[in-house]
Design a protein around this ligand. Sequence first.
Ligand code: SD4
Length: 305
Amino acid sequence: PASPAVMVSTWDFGAAANAAGVAARSGGGSALDMVEAGGRVAEADESNSSVGLGGLPDRDGRVTLDACVMTWAGDIGAVCALEDVVHAVSVARRVMERTPHTMLVGEGARTFAIDQGFELQNLLTPRAEAAWREWLKTADYAPRINSENTDWRSMPGGPGNHDTIGLLAIDAANRMAGACTTSGMAFKMRGRVGDSPIIGAGLYVDDEVGGATATGVGEDVVRVAGAHSVVEAMRAGLDPTAACRRVIERLARLRGSKVAASQVALLALDKQGRAGGFALQPGFTYAVTDAAGHTRIERAGALFE
Ligand code: SD4
């Protein structure tokens, strides 16, 4: 049997995030430090076109970031539609730590970030801008199933197999935290917010049970309170894979043919260090890392396999 996981992240690029997280753990960092460190790796990675710098913009050409964090103690923080600040996950953490609130949006989130000393930068890279200009020719908004299965791959700045990052970690004191950070669906309407910054949808952590996170079409994740539903299924006794599967099946029953072309992928880590995932469509991968820093990439099962 695999050694217990101390960190999981969505998609294969989660391996680099987990490496940063486990390094933070070895340095005495908390589970919150682990997921923040991991999220920052993805946010700084220009080649990831769904997170932070290099993220694909909304249909008006603006990169807007959504992120949240949640700790073992039920502390939460989130930002929605944050512009010009690359480390949305760190701003979400500051919302949690330095405000009486749990969520800041848009201009208010940006002003708060500036007040907190975050630097402003243009997040729209030339590659992402080129992809947006190409998209403008048709301006057809059609959320794709995994980006790896799409023609975006060949577009300038196309997402390759990159996507939103959700992260769950357990620290040396056996406490769990999670984070989720994204630039959201490419070419979304201005002001659109997905599941990723919404506690209970894109992320949920319960220190008695475990945590879960989501990627894919946020509109469909929110409908079933994806991450929270997975955690409750684990509380009821299901292992992480079965818990994710139960919620995907619930979504399919609820929406029928309306989710036939959608992708929702769920990832869970329980307090025993067992990891599991399940998705509507094949192609979802995730990175699982143990305390020694060994990482394996798992490919999740799918309802429409
Ligand atoms: C959203 N769930 O904004 C995010 C998008 C995503 O890969 O996961 N993209 O709906």
